[in-house]
Ligand binder design. Structure first.
Ligand code: NAD
Length: 302
C-alpha cells in the first residue's frame, strides 16, 4: 500500500486564497486591513529567511506589514519599549518577535510583554491558558499545531475517538497539539497520549496510533515497524542532514529529513506528510490566519 500524501503546500495555497478574499472583503466594507509587526533582532540566517517569507506572505495577502529589524545588541529594555509601541498601535493586530533572541535578552520577558490580544504566535501564558480551556476561549492557537490540525481536518481523517499519539512535549508543538486534539471540537475529540524522552517503550505507543504526530527533532526516529497499517502520520521534524547543490538555482541548499523514515513509512501508513512540503508551509499560513482573526475579533466579526 502507498500512503496518500498530505501536501501542506497545496493546503497552504487554498487557505491563503481564502484569507486574501476575506482581507479584500473587510477592506471594502470596513476600510481596514490586518496589520502585522515583525520584529527581527540580529541577522541569524535562518531567522532572516523565516522573517523574509513571513513579510512577503503578509504583503501578498494585502496586510499592512511593518518589518522592524533591530541590531543584535539592542538592550532588553529597548526591545520591551518597542513591543509596547506596537501594543499601543491601533493599526497593528499581530506582533511577531522572531525567536531565538540573543542570549542577553530574556525570551520569557519578551513574550510576556506582548499584548495577549496581539500575540498571534500564541506563546503568551494567557493564550496558553486559553488553549487549554479550548472552545471560543482559544483565540490564537500556536501556528505549527494549528497547521497540523488543519492538515488533519482537510485530509478528512476521522479524529473523533481516534487514538492520537504525539511524540515530543515541547511548548511550541507537542504540548499544544496534544491539548488541541483532546478538546471536544471539530478535528479533535481524540484519545491522546504524549510520549517523550522519559517514555519506556516508544514503539508500543506509536503502534497504537490511528494518528501519529511526531515532533522530536531526531531524523528517522520513528521506524516503519512502529506504524499501524493505515495510520495518518504527521511528521513535524525538520532536520538538516547535509547539503546539496540545487538543480534549480545551482546554489547550496540543506538536505532536510523528517523524524519518520518516510520512504518505508509511506508503504505502511494510510496518509503521510513529506518533509519538506508537509507541515512546514502550514506554520506561516496559520500565522496569517491568526493575524486576520485578531482584526476580526477587534471588529466583532469573528
Ligand atoms: P524540542 O527539541 O523543543 O522538543 C523535542 C521533543 O521531542 C522533546 O519534548 C523531547 O522529549 C522529545 N524527544 C526528543 N528525542 C526523543 C527521543 N529519542 N524519544 C522520545 N522523545 C524524544 O523541539 P520542537 O521545537 O518541538 O521541534 C521538534 C521538531 O519539529 C524539530 O525538528 C523542529 O525543527 C521541527 N519543527 C518544525 C516546524 C515547522 O515545520 N513549521 C515548527 C516547529 C518545529
Amino acid at each position: 500500500m502507498t500512503a496518500k500524501l498530505i501536501l501542506g503546500t497545496e493546503v497552504q495555497a487554498t487557505i491563503l486564497k481564502e484569507i486574501e478574499a476575506e482581507v479584500h472583503k473587510i477592506k471594502q466594507e470596513r476600510g481596514v486591513v490586518p496589520g502585522l509587526a515583525t520584529i527581527l533582532v540580529g541577522d541569524n540566517p535562518a531567522s532572516v529567511s523565516y522573517v523574509t517569507l513571513k513579510v512577503k506572505t503578509a504583503l501578498s495577502l494585502g496586510f499592512k506589514e511593518v518589518q522592524d529589524n533591530q541590531p543584535a545588541d539592542i538592550s532588553e529594555k529597548d526591545l520591551l519599549a518597542l513591543i509596547d509601541k506596537y501594543n499601543k498601535d491601533d493599526s497593528i493586530n499581530g506582533i511577531l518577535v522572531q525567536l531565538p533572541l540573543p542570549k542577553h535578552i530574556d525570551e520569557k520577558k519578551v513574550i510576556n510583554a506582548i499584548d495577549p490580544d496581539k500575540d498571534v504566535d500564541g506563546f503568551h501564558p494567557v493564550n496558553v491558558g486559553r488553549l487549554m480551556i479550548g472552545g471560543s476561549e482559544c483565540k490564537f492557537p500556536p501556528c505549527t499545531p494549528a497547521g497540523i490540525q488543519e492538515l488533519i481536518i482537510r485530509t478528512g481523517v476521522e479524529t473523533k475517538g481516534a487514538e492520537v499519539v504525539v511524540v515530543g512535549r515541547s511548548n511550541i508543538v507537542g504540548k499544544p497539539i496534544a491539548n488541541m486534539m483532546l478538546q471536544k471540537a471539530k478535528g479533535a475529540n481524540s484519545t491522546v497520549t504524549i510520549v517523550h524522552t522519559g517514555t519506556k517503550d516508544l514503539a508500543f505507543h506509536c503502534l497504537r496510533a490511528d494518528i501519529l504526530i511526531v515532533a522530536a527533532g531526531v531524523p528517522g526516529l520513528v521506524k516503519p515497524e512502529w506504524i499501524k497499517p493505515g495510520a495518518c502520520v504527521i511528521d513535524v521534524g525538520v532536520n538538516r542532514i547535509g547539503e546539496k547543490i540545487s538543480e534549480k538555482t545551482g546554489k547550496k541548499v540543506a538536505i532536510l529529513r523528517g523524524d519518520v523514515d518516510f520512504e518505508k513509512a509511506k508503504e505502511i501508513a494510510g496518509s503521510i506528510t513529506p518533509v519538506p512540503g508537509g507541515v512546514g508551509p502550514m506554520t506561516i499560513t496559520m500565522l496569517m490566519k491568526n493575524t486576520l482573526n485578531s482584526l476580526k475579533f477587534k471588529l466583532g466579526i469573528a
